[in-house]
Design a protein around this ligand. Structure first.
Ligand code: NAD
Length: 484
């Protein structure tokens, strides 16, 4: 079953799954929808509302944009919902709901990962798709933004079930994805093997042409790019190094000797821990969904990963004190790397964060209220749409290699990605400076230009990155001309 609609008027479908008996995850919805903050009221934690709030805040600094264009850029271009069954090894029929959202394709085909998680919602997928649009624009990668998700609990599914779920989802999407229209990639609980299944399914349905570019993050022996697996974390490291070299944090000019805390120990988090450690940082605490571990004298990230592979969790690694994920975020450190899910740094805990800088390897880990608190406290946040963009950048390189039937050396991939990360980091820091300096001349007009009477005030790096991205997407949209 396939239905399509834009964002407007469909938010009632975010309780997806409740209409069909036996939809996996439907009775399992644990995601927190709002949080009480100490002195700022209740915080709405719907990820798409957060993405729109971030957008609105940034759009105030681009007054030349026409209101209709602002509204269009803010909302997804297309949202597809599919509902489908699979037959499990035990002979049961299980039903699943999957989403694929394309937010914007002004600058190129839609690009974004596919997530498997019991708490996936339509609005989460919309938010993640919009963040992809802005991320690709910040990095100046010629893609638009897209994202997908299936409500399922991979921990309860066999590999065979996951293969069937993947194949059926891709078959249901049909021509909605394609090497020049919408290109998936890995995200939470999906990996190179999942991407191989996606490629194979699409290729079976479109025989006789080079379909490698339909998905990125593939195994290296079937068109994947060297360096893609590490790219999100490596890009996060490059971004942090460049920001520190630019003097973002007083007294911390490099990751060498810095203490680092990482939340989430999957693709983004575990590899980030290793790469930061290789550059001389001391990893003092890490966590996964089951909890965290802390050792102020430092952890060996590779040995921790081995322990996780053997036992299923980082918890219990010898010589460490067990901490909760909440406690982990408040451990004093130089660099905090959230690398798990959304909304972990919120209005109710941002005041307790004791890091000098936050590098967002995850998408959406910091809420707008937390952003305000951290900005007031002078803790810079390297925002997701910049800091974790190494992944999509190397996905773009993979796509180029696929289209040209080439394979680049890993050093070449890393060097090209570094150049893009450094350029984007500089551009965001420069944009923040430019906006904040320009505010000095605006005193008399501030109230007029503010949204809902809010005066314009100094912006953080997230808002600066959004201003850069929205301006780039708007410019291309107007250059192309609004069709017809
Ligand atoms: P993954 O599935 O490989 O790893 C996720 C990790 O987070 C796991 O270790 C899991 O145990 C942990 N986790 C889950 N819930 C948690 C919780 N409540 N508290 C602490 N840890 C928890 O996923 P990934 O690909 O590493 O993605 C992580 C984040 O990075 C996501 O926000 C994703 O969108 C973002 N990201 C990933 C990529 C990529 O290329 N994989 C690219 C850009 C951004």
């Amino acid at each position: 079953m396939l239905s399509q609609w834009g964002s407007a008027g469909c938010s009632g479908r975010t309780g997806e799954g409740t209409r069909i008996q036996g939809i996996e995850g439907a009775m399992n919805r644990t995601k927190v929808k709002e949080a009480k903050t100490a002195d700022r009221g209740t915080e709405d934690l719907n990820p798409f509302h957060i993405a729109q709030r971030q957008f609105d805040n940034a759009a105030r600094y681009i007054p030349e944009l026409k209101a209709g264009l602002v509204e269009w850029l803010k909302r997804p271009n297309r949202m597809i919902t599919v509902e489908f069954p699979i037959e499990t090894a035990e002979g049961e029929v299980k039903n699943f709901v999957g989403y694929r959202c394309v937010h914007n394709v002004a600058r190129g085909p839609g690009k974004g990962g596919i997530r498997y998680h019991p708490d996936v919602t339509a609005d989460e997928v919309r938010a993640l798709a919009s963040w992809m649009t802005w991320k690709c624009a910040v990095l100046d990668v010629p893609f638009g933004g897209a994202k997908g998700g299936i409500i399922c609990n991979p921990k309860k599914r066999t590999k065979d079930d996951l293969r069937k779920i993947t194949r059926r989802f891709i078959a249901e999407l049909g021509d909605a994805i394609g090497p020049h229209s919408d290109i998936p990639a890995p995200d939470v609980n999906t990996n190179a093997e999942t991407m191989a299944w996606i490629y194979d399914t699409y290729d079976m349905m479109h025989k006789g042409r080079n379909n490698l570019g339909v998905v990125t993050g593939k195994p290296v022996n079937m068109g994947g790019s060297l360096g893609r697996n590490e790219a999100t974390s490596r890009g996060c490291l490059y971004c942090t190094q460049q920001a520190l070299a630019r003097g973002l944090v007083d007294g911390l000019s490099s990751v060498m000797g810095a203490t680092v805390v990482v939340q989430g120990y999957g693709n983004a988090g575990a590899i980030a821990a290793q790469l930061y450690a290789e550059q001389g940082a001391k990893i003092i605490a890490v966590s996964d969904s089951r909890g965290g571990i802390h050792n102020p004298d430092g952890l060996d990230p590779r040995a921790v990963l081995q322990h996780k592979k053997q036992t299923g969790s980082v918890v219990g690694y010898p010589g460490t004190k067990e901490v909760s994920n909440e406690e982990l975020l408040t451990i004093p450190c130089d660099i905090l790397v959230p690398a798990a899910l959304e909304n972990v740094i919120r209005g109710d805990n941002a005041a307790a964060v004791q890091a000098k800088v936050i590098a967002e390897a995850a998408n959406g880990p910091t809420t707008p209220t937390a952003d305000e608190i951290l900005f007031e406290r002078g803790i810079p946040v390297l925002p997701d749409i910049l800091a974790n963009a190494g992944g999509v950048t190397v996905s773009y390189f993979e796509w180029v290699q696929n289209n040209e039937n080439e394979q680049w050396e890993e050093d070449e991939v890393n060097a090209k990605m570094k150049a893009k990360m450094v350029k984007a980091t500089n551009a965001v820091i420069d944009k923040q400076k430019e906006i904040n300096e320009s505010l000095a001349d605006l005193d008399g007009r501030r109230k007029e230009r503010g949204l809902n009477g809010d005066p314009l005030k100094k912006v953080d790096l997230r808002t600066a990155a959004y201003v850069l991205a929205i301006s780039r997407v708007a410019e291309v949209t107007l250059e192309r001309g609004i069709w017809p």
